[in-house]
Design a protein around this ligand. Structure first.
Ligand code: AMP
Length: 411
């Protein structure tokens, strides 16, 4: 099926053709008609599935139709607001809107913390139709009276699960008081769990529920490999993989900022051009590093989970989990950085004994086993096996409960 069949504005269809988008992705096929038909939508879609265009295109379509009807003298006001959890995702979503709105007079603004408020205000004063914002900075702008959301037609929650994880509930409640109740609301989330369903009840009106992949599944086109390796040989294995296979644009996840910095230092010592990407870097530094990585000037980027949220790098083929995340769902977000929009990706997890429980958690979430392999020359040394990790009481209980839920399924 082509984009023509979705009856989108001709300008948008031409832009998509010039971008080389041949056909809508699964989420786009379902969400675009529902949003065009003015339904509220609750969509379970991971990053990499084309979810941004799934809401951006129909919103732009409506805005273009509305602006054709309005007289030129009408004062421009924010018509669509996209709330996102992180600055990186804000930038990525803004770039997508700008890309899709090319050739129209739709103006797109952005609001996120960590950078000067004045530059953002200048853009608002010139008039914007679409605003992409993180909740905290948006509230600052609203308190200062530089923005009004009174004429909002569309409210989008992007990566809503992460917004809840990051504790944005209070900000969301405060923002809801400032937006009209007569609006169309769209909620996108990588995972749809009880917390998201309960949030949706306060936000959405009779929403269409759209799920393109099974809940909590990883993007199918990502090959997942787990190498069992001694913890003290992980760095050597990473250097070996990157160098012997001449991999470029490799994204490695570490759990902590300290872990990131240590690994960067070690890989640099091994003459692999590597940069860190975590919350201690200034926004300017993060953007610069990301730009360099996208341009291929940096071979390896080592990131924490929060910082890497929302990274959109076309053609990113390799993700390495240096350690598994403490929150199993983050594994899905991590590997969703590769295999985007149908291209193939490889996600490697370096597994040592201390990760045993975390791997189990990931397998429960995926409802799938991830068999471990040995990488020749890096086989684990069983003489120095670490003791079985102690089970944290609460995690173990949760684990058992989840297993009971999945009990009858073949794993
Ligand atoms: P997202 O899931 O929104 O982060 O999108 C992932 C990537 O897929 C982005 O680089 C988009 O530019 C790209 N993309 C989105 N829709 C399509 C499409 N229909 N055909 C090809 N690429 C797409």
């Amino acid at each position: 099926m082509s984009f023509d069949a979705l009856a989108l504005n001709a300008n948008l269809v031409n832009t998509l053709a010039s971008l080389g988008y041949e056909s809508p992705t699964a989420i786009q096929l379902e969400a675009i008609p529902a949003i065009l038909a003015k339904h509220d939508v609750m969509a379970g879609a991971q990053t990499g599935t084309g979810k941004t265009a799934a809401f951006a295109l129909p919103i732009l379509h409506h805005l273009l139709a509305a602006s054709a009807e309005e007289s030129k003298s009408v004062v421009k006001a924010v018509r669509a607001l996209v709330l996102v959890p992180t600055r990186e995702l804000a930038v990525q979503v803004q770039q997508s809107f700008v890309k899709y709105a090319k050739g129209t007079d739709i103006r797109v603004g952005i609001a996120y913390g960590g950078v000067s408020i004045e530059a953002q205000v200048d853009v608002f004063n010139a008039g914007i139709d679409v605003l992409i914002a993180t909740p905290g900075r948006l509230l600052d702008h609203l308190r200062q009276g530089v923005l009004s959301l009174k004429q909002l037609d569309f409210l989008v929650f992007d990566e809503a699960d992460r917004m809840l994880d990051m504790g944005f509930m209070d900000e969301i409640q405060a923002l809801l008081k400032q937006v009209p109740s007569d609006r169309q609301t769209l909620l996108f989330s990588a995972t749809l769990d009880a917390a998201i369903f309960s949030l949706s009840k306060t936000l959405l009106r009779d929403p269409k529920l759209i799920e393109v992949a099974k809940r909590n599944t990883a993007a199918a086109q990502v090959e997942q490999v787990v190498y069992a390796v001694d913890a003290d040989r992980k760095t050597a294995l990473v250097s070996h993989l990157v160098r012997s296979k001449n991999w470029h644009q490799v994204l490695i996840f570490s759990r902590t900022k300290q872990g990131v910095d240590k690994l960067v230092q070690q890989l640099e010592q091994a003459n692999i051009s590597t940069q860190a990407f975590h919350g201690d870097l200034s926004q300017g530094a993060r953007e610069k590093v990301l730009q360099e990585f996208k341009q291929g000037n940096i071979q390896v980027l080592v990131a924490t989970d929060v910082a890497a949220r929302g990274l959109d790098i076309v053609e990113l083929k390799y993700v390495i989990n240096f350690e598994l995340p403490f929150v199993a769902e983050d594994y899905i977000h991590r590997i969703g950085r590769t295999g985007r929009a149908g291209s193939a990706g490889l996600a490697i997890t370096l597994f040592s004994q201390e990760d045993a429980l975390l791997l189990e958690e990931v397998e429960v979430v995926l409802d799938k086993r991830l068999p471990q392999q040995w990488y020749p020359g890096f086989e684990p040394d069983f003489n120095k096996m670490e003791p079985e990790p102690r089970r944290n009481g609460k995690a173990a209980q949760k684990q058992r409960a989840k297993k009971r839920v999945l009990g009858s399924k073949k794993r």
